[in-house]
Design a protein around this ligand. Structure first.
Ligand SMILES: [Zn+2]
Ligand SMILES: [Zn+2]
Length: 280
C-alpha cells in the first residue's frame, strides 16, 4: 500500500478548510502511517491570470508558506518526511514565473484546470463545454508543461472527463496525447482521489458516516478517475501513483477506503497492469 502523498493543500488557497492548520494535516498523515508527504498548494500568480476568488494563495503569501512548511519539516523530521511545492497550471506566456516557482519547490504537480479560448479568456474544465478542438488544446498544454520539464507529477490527467458524457474518439485521442508524453518525459500520472471523496464521504461538502457499502453506491456519480482513461494508460510504459488532494479535515483518514473505491472504478484488470511507483 502506498504510504506517501504529494498532493496536499492548505487554508491559504481559500477553499480548503480555513480552520485546519498545516500541522493538523501532518498529524493526520502521521496517524495514518505515511512516510513522506508534499504540500503542493495552488500556486500564487505573479501576474494574475486566474482571477477567481478563493482558488490560490496571494503572491505575498508565498514566502510565509515555504518558510512555515520548512519549519514543520524540521519539527517532524523524525516522524515523517515533508516536502513543499505547488500545484500549477501551464499557460502560454507564463513560463518564466512557472520556472521561478519550480526552482524553489521540492515537488511541482500539474493540475491543469483551464486553457485560453480564442479570445484569450480562461476556460475552465468542469465549468463549461469544451469543443473537441479545445479539448485537444487542453491536452497540448499538459504536453507542453512536460516538454518544459515543469511538473514532477501530472495530477488528475483524466479530469477532462468532467466535460464529457462518454469516452469516444476524441477523449481517447486526448488520453493518448497525455500518456505518450508521460512515457516520453518519464513523468508519473496521478490517480486522483478527490472527486471520489467529494461524491461519497464528503457528499454535499460535509463529512457523513454512511457505511462503506452505501458509499460504494455513490461511485456512479464520480467523474474521475475514469476507467477508460486508465485502460488506455495501462498500455503505456508509464509510472502511476495515488494522490488524495487534501483540502479537508478527516480526508486523509479515509485514504484506504478511497483507494479501494478507485480500484473498484478502474477495475482489477487495469490496476494490475499499471506500474505503481515507490517513494521518490
Ligand atoms: Zn483545490
Ligand atoms: Zn489539488
Amino acid at each position: 500500500m502506498q504510504k506517501f502523498n504529494y498532493h496536499s493543500h492548505t487554508y491559504r488557497c481559500g477553499h480548503a478548510d480555513l480552520d485546519m492548520k498545516d500541522e493538523d494535516y501532518i498529524k493526520e498523515y502521521i496517524e495514518m502511517g505515511f512516510e513522506k508527504i508534499a504540500f503542493t498548494d495552488h500556486c500564487p500568480e505573479k501576474n494574475k491570470i486566474d482571477k477567481r476568488p478563493n482558488i490560490r494563495m496571494e503572491y505575498e503569501q508565498k514566502n510565509e508558506y515555504i518558510d512555515t512548511i520548512k519549519k514543520l519539516k524540521e519539527k517532524y523530521k523524525n516522524k515523517i518526511k515533508i516536502e513543499v511545492g505547488y500545484e500549477i497550471e501551464y499557460i502560454p506566456g507564463d513560463e518564466e514565473n512557472l520556472r521561478e516557482l519550480k526552482n524553489e519547490a521540492d515537488k511541482i504537480i500539474l493540475g491543469q484546470h483551464f486553457i485560453y479560448d480564442n479570445n484569450k479568456n480562461l476556460k475552465y474544465i468542469g465549468q463549461s463545454e469544451f469543443s473537441d478542438e479545445e479539448l485537444i488544446k487542453y491536452s497540448e498544454y499538459i504536453q507542453k508543461a512536460m516538454k518544459l520539464k515543469l511538473p514532477n507529477i501530472i495530477a488528475h490527467p483524466d479530469m477532462y472527463m468532467m466535460n464529457r458524457k462518454e469516452f469516444g474518439k476524441i477523449e481517447n485521442e486526448v488520453a493518448k496525447i497525455i500518456c505518450e508524453s508521460a512515457e516520453k518525459y518519464d513523468i508519473p500520472l496521478e490517480i486522483n482521489l478527490n472527486n471520489i471523496f467529494a461524491k461519497t464521504y464528503y457528499e454535499n461538502r460535509k463529512l457523513n458516516n454512511d457505511s462503506f457499502e452505501k458509499q460504494k453506491e455513490k461511485l456512479k456519480n464520480v467523474f474521475y478517475p475514469c476507467k477508460d482513461f486508465w485502460k488506455v494508460a495501462s498500455n503505456y510504459n508509464i509510472k502511476v501513483l495515488y494522490g488524495i488532494d487534501t483540502h479537508h479535515k478527516g480526508q486523509i483518514m479515509l485514504w484506504n477506503e478511497l483507494i479501494e473505491f478507485a480500484k473498484e472504478i478502474i477495475g482489477k484488470e487495469t490496476i494490475e497492469k499499471l506500474n505503481f511507483i515507490d517513494i521518490f
